[in-house]
Structures are given as structure tokens and as C-alpha cells.
Design a protein around this ligand. Structure first.
Ligand code: FMN
Length: 300
């Protein structure tokens, strides 16, 4: 069965991507699984300069998911290119650099430094865990337009806009990204959420509010992908609570060309293999020959 997909001009051997921030730079996971199983890996969010992130505790378990407030802890773009990228390049996977800026100009600068050292750039305009930039950029269609336009000006490789679900109209944001020249969109990032420990009466995470991911967010992701698929014409990378192959099929039916695995990586590192085999079986049992026959193929 052929699982190949074309993501904004880049051919992926299969449509499954490791979601940014849940797979580091691949090294730790490579001790547990063969990371070549993925079609692509989206790196931990990268900033222009090293960034230490938010204070602990910054992860809390809730029903059906987790709330995190990592706050973009990362070693910075130059360290990534020198020390982490060579390891990823040894593998048969496409590499997506997930980038972040605290100002518009930082998005431009970091894109310049990346040059063509990776296969695609994913612009995170949707992180709910940083004070400046992040989600506040991703909820304003004009700001989304400006940032994507700037990144496109500097980029040597295709550009993916990673959108925030913390908006009233995801379609308006997706259209803005598309009209600025985005080659694809990723959705969804995490949803602003909060949990309280009733013994201590303190919020579970130090930042009080964090980003919710995992199976509890899946129906929201499916709805947003469905809405965007019907209103834009660039590929969609769908994510948000994929735990097994049935979830993955749902994301393709809603309109995704690729899917990303995030929270599930913390629970079951073998998910990639199980999901890939499940997709192959589903395609074959239903007489489909490619992901494209499945994509957006729902009956209303
Ligand atoms: C601990 C953690 C860290 C994350 N860090 C990033 C990040 O640096 N950049 C980014 O674009 N998304 C980040 N995300 C969001 C995920 O890539 C993904 O969009 C989200 O978790 C939804 O998918 P899931 O439910 O499968 O986890 C992070 C998510 C988690 C749980």
C-alpha cells in the first residue's frame, strides 16, 4: 500500500508526523523506537536565542488529556543547526523546523538563519504559553498575515502556518495565512485551560493557565479541520488527540493530508507503528489505494 503524500511540494513517504514539542529533536525517542517510521518530524519549538521556558510544575494530567505550560524551552536556532540537525539528517525522514518569535522581526531573522537546512518550516503563531507573541499573534488575522508574509520573504523552503484553536473563526485565520502565501496549515495547537488541586487549592501548574491537548480536544480539532478543508485550498496537517488508527482515519476524512502525533507519544511510543498499520489495513479493507481517496471523503 502506498502511503506517500505531497506536503506543499515535499514528498513524505507516509503522512504521519511527530508533533512539535512532544518529540524533542528525536534523540530520546530513537532509543525506544525506529524514528524512520515517521514521514516527518516537527522539532521542538525553536527561538532565535536559547529560551529557558516557564517554571515548574508545567505539566498536569486531566481527564482525557494534559495541560502544559512548557513555554518554548529550547536551545536556540544556532545550537539546533549545529548540534541537533546532524542527528536528524542521518534518518530517512523529512525535517520540519517549528519556529517561534517574540516579535514579528524575530520570525524573519530565524527564518533567514534556517536557510534551506530543513525541508519545511512550521510557523508557530499559536503557543498559549508565552506572554509575548505566540497565541496573541495567531488570534489576529492581520498579524497572521504580516508574520506569514515576512517568513515567506525569507524562506527557502515551504512554510506551514500552525494555527491556534483559541479563536472564534478558524476559517478567517486560515484564509489570512493562505492569502499571505502559507503553503500549508497545521491545526490544532493546544486550547487554553486550567485545573485546580482541591487539597492545596492551588492551580496544578505554576503559570495557572496552560494548553490542553490529548483525546479530549479531538472533536474540536476535527470540526476545525472540516471547516478549513471546505474554505481553503492548501494542505492541512491535522492534530489534536490522535491516539489510535481510528482517530487518524477520522482526521483524514475531515480533510487532513497529513496527521501529527503529540500527547500519545508520552503514553505509547509504539503508536506510530500501530497507527501506520491500522491506516494500511483500513485503506485496503475499504478498497482505497491512497490517502488522497480518503481525504475529505465524508458523506453528509
Ligand atoms: C508538552 C507539549 C509541548 C508542546 N510544544 C509545542 C511547541 O513547541 N510548538 C508547537 O507548535 N506546538 C507545541 N505543542 C502542541 C503540539 O504540537 C500539538 O499541536 C498539540 O499537542 C495537539 O496534539 P495532541 O493532542 O496529539 O498532543 C506542544 C504540546 C505539548 C503537549
Amino acid at each position: 500500500m502506498n502511503l506517500k503524500v505531497n506536503l506543499a511540494g515535499v514528498e513524505l513517504k507516509n503522512p504521519i508526523i511527530a508533533a512539535s514539542g512532544t518529540f524533542g529533536f528525536g534523540k530520546e525517542f530513537s532509543k525506544l523506537i525506529d524514528i524512520n517510521q515517521f514521514g516527518a518530524i516537527s522539532t521542538k519549538g525553536l527561538t532565535l536565542k536559547p529560551h529557558k521556558g516557564n517554571p515548574s510544575p508545567r505539566i498536569a494530567e486531566v481527564y482525557g488529556g494534559i495541560i502544559n505550560s512548557i513555554g518554548l524551552e529550547n536551545p536556540g536556532i544556532e545550537h539546533f543547526i549545529e548540534n541537533e540537525l546532524p542527528f536528524l539528517k542521518q534518518h530517512d525522514i523529512k525535517i520540519i523546523a517549528n519556529i517561534n518569535g517574540f516579535t514579528k522581526e524575530e520570525f524573519y531573522e530565524i527564518t533567514k538563519l534556517i536557510d534551506d537546512s530543513v525541508d519545511l518550516i512550521e510557523v508557530n503563531i499559536s503557543c498559549p504559553n508565552v506572554k509575548n507573541g505566540g497565541m496573541s499573534f495567531g488570534t489576529d488575522p492581520n498579524m497572521v498575515y504580516d508574520i506569514i508574509k515576512l517568513v515567506k520573504k525569507a524562506a527557502k523552503v515551504p512554510v506551514i502556518a500552525k494555527l491556534s484553536p483559541n479563536v472564534t473563526s478558524i476559517v478567517d485565520i486560515a484564509k489570512s495565512a493562505q492569502s499571505a502565501g502559507a503553503d500549508a496549515i497545521s491545526l490544532i495547537n493546544t486550547l487554553r485551560a486550567m485545573a485546580i488541586d482541591i487539597k492545596t487549592r492551588k492551580p496544578h501548574i505554576k503559570q495557572i493557565i496552560g494548553g490542553l491537548s490529548g483525546p479530549c480536544v479531538k472533536p474540536i480539532a476535527i470540526r476545525m479541520i472540516y471547516e478549513c478543508f471546505n474554505n481553503i485550498n492548501i494542505p492541512i496537517i491535522g492534530m489534536g488527540g490522535i491516539m489510535n488508527y481510528k482517530d487518524a482515519i477520522e482526521f483524514f476524512l475531515a480533510g487532513s493530508t497529513c496527521i501529527s502525533l503529540g500527547t500519545v507519544n508520552f503514553i505509547n511510543p509504539n503508536a506510530i507503528l500501530e497507527i501506520k498499520n491500522g491506516i494500511i489495513k483500513y485503506l485496503s479493507d475499504n478498497n482505497f489505494t491512497s490517502i488522497y481517496e480518503l481525504r475529505g471523503n465524508i458523506i453528509i
